[in-house]
Design a protein around this ligand. Structure first.
Ligand code: URA
Length: 186
């Protein structure tokens, strides 16, 4: 993982390298059975080099805590693209495709049983190109040995509070799935 991280920190494969402050590789337990994947770093993440440390990260941490999960203990958090897209625009397909091998390697090393996609960009990249968060959030899709689930992006929840209740049921479904798979969160 350290080798992969070093390679990623020096990456110049796409133009996002020109505008980043820091590469945001990922954070958490490298032996975690549950992984969370967002779309890409925002302003705070770019400044601090850590995923989900801004306002949306604080909300994510709250949901994690309610489900006995903790980024420093039993989950791993990463993004589809590791460098901040200017003005927080969506990462385009080319940027996603240039970056996705880092995530693939992270997944290969961590071997999670569950991957939770935070928001449309991650869900469309990892679950299905036509994934609709509004109608398919909280559902599990098994691909190979991994159970994938898509839910609302925490920043979407900050914009539209009405989705906080369905997001909570998604996290409950996640905890149920973890239990079903025998994942120990203690
Ligand atoms: N939004 C994301 O998708 N990822 C982060 O790391 C922060 C905000």
């Amino acid at each position: 993982m350290e080798r992969l991280k070093n390679e990623c920190l020096n990456c110049q494969k796409c133009p996002l390298a020109l505008t980043r402050t820091n590469v945001v590789f990922g954070h958490g337990n490298e032996k975690a059975k549950i992984m969370f994947v967002g779309e890409g770093p925002g302003e705070q993440e770019d400044l601090q080099g850590e995923p989900f440390v801004g306002k949306s990260g604080q909300l994510l941490d709250k949901y994690l805590k309610l489900m006995d999960m903790d980024r420093n203990k039993n989950v791993y958090i990463a993004n589809i693209v590791k460098c901040r897209p200017p003005q927080n625009r969506d990462p385009n397909m080319q940027e996603q495709d240039m970056c996705i091998d880092y995530l693939r390697e992270q997944v290969r090393i961590i071997k999670p049983q569950i991957i939770v996609c935070l928001g449309r960009i991650a869900a469309q990249k990892l679950i299905s190109p036509d994934f609709r968060v509004t109608s398919q959030h909280g559902q599990f899709f098994k691909k190979g040995s991994i159970h994938f689930m898509g839910t609302f992006h925490p920043s979407a929840l900050l914009r539209n509070e009405t989705n906080k209740i369905p997001a909570l049921s998604d996290f409950q479904a996640l905890r149920d799935k973890a239990k079903e798979l025998g994942i120990d969160l203690t």
